[in-house]
Structure formats: structure tokens, C-alpha cells
Write a protein that binds this ligand. Structure first.
Ligand SMILES: C[S@@+](CC[C@H](N)C(=O)[O-])C[C@H]1O[C@@H](n2cnc3c(N)ncnc32)[C@H](O)[C@@H]1O
Ligand SMILES: [Zn+2]
Length: 279
């Protein structure tokens, strides 16, 4: 056996959150380098340190390696640090109020920046973080983002966890499935969702000659799904150099459009809403 698969197996052997089979819903148990259910469905741990629970599903093609490399560069430069800090603070407060270690699942984790920020802030003893995405190019980066992160290649509309088994779900700039989030969260569990505000990446939208961002549908959907929620806004404009300009142009599915002209913007606006909803 290779040392890499041994290390990946050891990472998943330490998993505290139970997993269920995405096909039949029965509990999964670790067996050699795979997880198996009683009906014989089998999911392999990859040497790249993720568990493949969706061997037959694929993420949309726009979520490719170039997009996730660009996101990683932008995150590393600190453009989203205030949001990551707010997530870590809210997670720490939830752990404090429960007075026991908690678990967090990032539904649509991409290359893992936010999941890693929460895990690094709280530590593995206090917080287990499952980072879930359907895009392999993102998840292979996430699998190296923080020691102990449990990366799952899986569909967020069918979370591979039992009913009422999660303390917190993160859902960052990704599609949501509120019915599934409600099923998977414990009573009193917390959804921390981040969605774009109307000015999000204004300069990039202009470069692609796209209309201004529309108000996110997150608010009306959240109101229907859980009634009360808190909102915090993160709105700021930061200068960008040429390298960052290229990264911002490549970091979102907006990049599948063609730039109307050589983009010349010198700053980028971040405009995000953090919704904290109790289920
Ligand atoms: C804009 S990216 C955001 C990624 C990450 N949260 C971030 O902020 O960088 C949206 C992500 O949602 C993922 N995604 C879309 N549909 C999904 C599904 N049904 N199940 C799991 N992931 C999904 C994509 O693969 C992609 O990584
Ligand atoms: Zn099964």
C-alpha cells in the first residue's frame, strides 16, 4: 500500500460523524480502503484524501481546475478574510453554547477555503469539518487545505449523513437544498449561508458586459424554509493588481462569458450577505 492511501484511510478512520449510503440510506462502515453499506454499495477512499460517494455524478463543466486555482489565489490574497472570520466566530459561539465538540458540513465547499478556515480556527478536537462538493478539481485542492478535513465527493441535494446529525451547515456561494439541510441538521442546528449582494464583483460583471447582479433569491427561500434568520453584510472595494485582476476574471462561472474588451478595472467590490438561520 502507498503511504498516501494509508494517510487518507487514517484520516477517514478518525471520522466521528456517521455516514449513510447515498443509494439506499443505510449506514456506511469502513472496510479496507472503502466505505460499504449492508446492501453492498461500495465507495472508495482516494489516495488524494477524499471519499468518492458519487462515482457516477459530475459537477457542471464550468467548475474546472482553472476556476478553482483562481479562487484559491483570490482567497489566499485575503479578499474574503472578513467573511471567513465571521464564520469562524459564529461556529465558535455555537460550540461554546453546546459545551461539546461539534460537527460542520460545508455543502459546496469548492477548493475548501471556508471549511479550512473554520477547522483551523476551532481545532480538530472541538470541531469536525466535512467538506462536500461534486467537482473533483475543487475537492482535490480542498483535501490538502487543512489537516484533518474530511472531503466528500457527493451531491449536496442528497447529503450522505443521517437525519439530525449535523450541528452546522455552511453553504457558501453555492446552490442550496433547504429541505435536505433541514433533514440533516439537528434540532436547533445552524445554517450559515453566504450569497452575493447586488454589487458583488461589480467590476467583473462590467468587464463581461453583464447586467448588474440581481437580488439573491436566498432571502425569500430562507424565509419560507425557516422563518427567522439574521443577516450580516460584507461590502468593500479593494484595489487589484494585474495578477489579481486575472484571478477575479477566472474565479467564477461568469468567466464562461467572453470579456467585451480588455478588462481594465483597478479595484474589485465584494458585496456578500451572511445569513444565519436556526432550524
Ligand atoms: C461558486 S462555487 C463556490 C465554491 C466554494 N464554496 C467557494 O466559495 O469557493 C459553487 C460550488 O458548488 C458546487 N456544486 C454545485 N452543485 C452541487 C451539487 N449538487 N452538489 C455538490 N456541489 C455542488 C460546485 O461544484 C462548486 O464547487
Ligand atoms: Zn447502499
Amino acid at each position: 500500500m502507498s503511504p498516501k492511501i494509508d494517510a487518507a484511510r487514517a484520516n477517514f478512520a478518525a471520522l466521528r460523524t456517521p455516514l449513510v449510503c447515498p443509494v439506499c440510506g443505510e449506514r456506511l462502515a469502513l472496510s479496507a480502503n472503502s466505505f460499504r453499506c449492508p446492501a453492498g454499495h461500495c465507495y472508495d477512499i482516494a489516495a488524494k484524501n477524499y471519499l468518492n460517494l458519487a462515482p457516477r455524478l459530475k459537477a457542471p463543466a464550468v467548475y474546472d481546475a482553472a476556476l478553482f486555482a483562481a479562487r484559491r489565489a483570490v482567497f489566499a490574497a485575503g479578499f474574503y478574510a472578513p467573511v471567513a472570520k465571521a464564520l469562524a466566530d459564529r461556529t465558535a459561539a455555537h460550540r461554546q453554547s453546546l459545551k461539546r465538540p461539534i460537527n460542520v458540513l460545508d455543502a459546496g465547499c469548492g477548493e475548501g477555503y471556508f471549511a479550512a478556515a473554520v477547522l483551523n480556527a476551532l481545532g480538530q478536537a472541538d470541531c469536525e469539518v466535512l467538506a462536500l462538493d461534486l467537482a473533483k478539481p475543487g475537492l482535490t485542492l480542498a483535501a490538502k487545505a487543512a489537516p484533518g478535513l474530511k472531503c466528500l465527493l457527493a451531491d449536496l441535494t442528497r447529503l450522505p449523513v443521517p437525519d439530525a446529525s449535523l450541528d452546522i451547515i455552511l453553504n457558501m456561494l453555492s446552490p442550496a437544498n433547504y429541505r435536505e439541510f433541514r433533514r440533516a441538521l439537528r434540532p436547533g442546528g445552524l445554517l450559515l449561508k453566504v450569497a452575493p449582494g447586488p454589487d458583488y464583483l461589480r467590476e467583473v460583471r462590467q468587464a463581461f458586459a453583464l447586467p448588474p447582479g440581481e437580488a439573491s433569491e436566498a432571502e425569500s427561500l430562507l424565509a419560507t424554509a425557516c422563518g427567522a434568520y439574521e443577516t450580516a453584510a460584507f461590502t468593500y472595494t479593494r484595489p487589484v493588481n494585474e495578477t489579481m485582476r486575472a484571478a477575479f476574471l477566472a474565479m467564477s462561472p461568469l468567466a464562461s462569458h467572453h470579456a467585451a474588451a480588455a478588462p481594465e478595472f483597478a479595484a474589485v467590490t465584494i458585496d456578500l450577505r451572511l445569513y444565519a438561520a436556526r432550524f
